[in-house]
Design a protein around this ligand. Structure first.
Ligand SMILES: Cc1ncc(COP(=O)(O)O)c(C=O)c1O
Length: 396
């Protein structure tokens, strides 16, 4: 039996612990007489690992919260993580500290090319991949992921066709999500090399958001950092990473970019200058403790999430109206609810919300995907089983 209790329910909706965005959306809202279960934004309902809590308590006890510096302990913990978990030898000079990955996505868009240049990504995708180019006065281009042997893959032919088209001439940046949110793919080396090849042929920079990289659920697969593949690829790549998803500390705002090329790194830092704040002292503390001491907790978490994923896929698999493919990584499942044949104007997210399950709407991830939803199964088994029950009942 695991010494970590992921079954323990932790109240996130009553004062003074009612500051959760995920639970706050549904405070006081009911469906069929039940409180709506929040299964949308990507944080988990578990307490962070004990060593992280101990390090934070210790830091709080010190009592002084002045401007932080990056200590050798923090830097070494990050380098340890990169070498031990990602098998990636990173020069400390390549690190750029960030208060979050969404910040990193927006900075990356501003750091590459000029106003009016293009950014390309594959949909469905985590919404800031689509908002960051627009907010940075860049032109957004998307290619839909396509199915190959029932498995979503990048449509390389469509990407090449876009790159060669007049509209694609101004693309300067490719944004990759590895593992991919929301479809949970762990991109394999041949797929990454193919994408990097296209980027190289067209002179694109790549921004790879690898925030979910430690959450690989499929034991036959391994996550590969794109920039580890070879030095030429590394030179055009900015990789965004954080302990936040894995160790459930996203509210502490601690992340970093790995940018091996000095000129590209300089442009990234220039785009941050004067706007992007430091990581706060507690974020640094939690990041270092998570990477140094969190691995046993993380491994137990992965086992728990694997069972959750399998329950979800089996439970919803019994509903002919739903298609849910088993995510290779992340605690997020992309659900195709087209079989519900919802009337015009109705969305799958609203349908399930009215049945007591609060999911992320598909349109946020891909224009027009109103009959898809994303479900966050980073929750206790009890919550998940209740959600599966409600969804299956709603589907009849
Ligand atoms: C792919 C991806 N990138 C970034 C984020 C958010 O990162 P941050 O909270 O560090 O801004 C998320 C959160 O769900 C995510 O899934």
């Amino acid at each position: 039996m695991s010494k970590f209790d992921f079954d323990l329910p932790i109240d996130r909706s009553s004062a003074p612990h009612d500051d959760s965005m995920k639970w706050g959306r549904y405070l006081g809202r009911h469906a069929n007489g039940n409180a709506i279960l929040p299964m949308w934004v990507a944080d988990m309902d578990f307490a962070a690992p004990t060593p992280v809590l101990a390090a934070l308590n210790d830091r709080l006890g010190h009592g002084v919260f002045g401007y932080p510096r990056v200590t050798p302990q923090v830097r070494d913990a990050v380098l340890l993580h990169l070498a031990r978990d990602l098998h990636w030898q990173v020069d400390p000079d390549w690190l750029v500290w960030l208060p979050g990955l969404v910040t990193g996505l927006n900075v990356a868009c501003r750091a590459v090319g000029e106003i009016g240049d293009g950014v390309v990504t594959a949909v469905p995708i985590y919404p800031p991949f689509m908002s960051a180019p627009r907010l940075s006065d860049r032109q957004l281009h998307t290619v839909p992921l396509t199915l190959q042997d029932d498995r979503p893959v990048w449509d390389l032919a469509a990407l090449e066709a876009l790159a060669d088209s007049p509209a694609g001439q101004r693309i300067r940046l490719l944004m990759l999500c590895n593992p991919h949110n929301p479809i949970g793919r762990v991109w394999q080396e041949d797929e990454l090399r193919a994408l990097a090849g296209i980027a190289e042929r067209h002179g694109w920079v790549i921004c790879s958001d690898d925030i979910h990289c430690e959450l690989v659920l499929d034991k036959t697969l391994r996550y590969t950092p794109l920039a580890r593949l070879d030095p030429d690829i590394a030179r055009r790549t900015m990789t965004l990473l954080a302990p936040s998803k894995t160790y459930n500390i996203p509210g502490l705002g601690a992340a970093f970019a790995v940018i091996p090329d000095a000129a590209l790194r300089g442009r990234f830092e220039r785009a941050m200058a004067g706007i992007v704040p430091h990581i706060n002292v507690l974020g640094y503390t939690a990041m270092a403790a998570a990477y140094r001491e969190g691995v046993p907790w993380r491994n137990a978490l992965l086992d728990y999430l694997r069972v959750n994923r399998d329950l979800l896929v089996a439970g919803l698999g019994k509903c002919p109206a739903l298609r849910v493919s088993s995510p290779e990584a992340t605690y997020l499942a992309w659900i195709d609810a087209r079989g519900l044949n919802l009337p015009d104007g109705q969305t799958a997210a609203r349908f399930f919300e009215s049945e007591g399950v609060g999911l992320s709407p598909g349109e946020d991830y891909m224009p027009g995907a109103r009959d898809h939803v994303r479900l966050n199964f980073g929750c206790t088994r009890q919550t998940l089983e209740e959600a599966i029950y409600r969804m299956a009942k709603a589907c009849g």
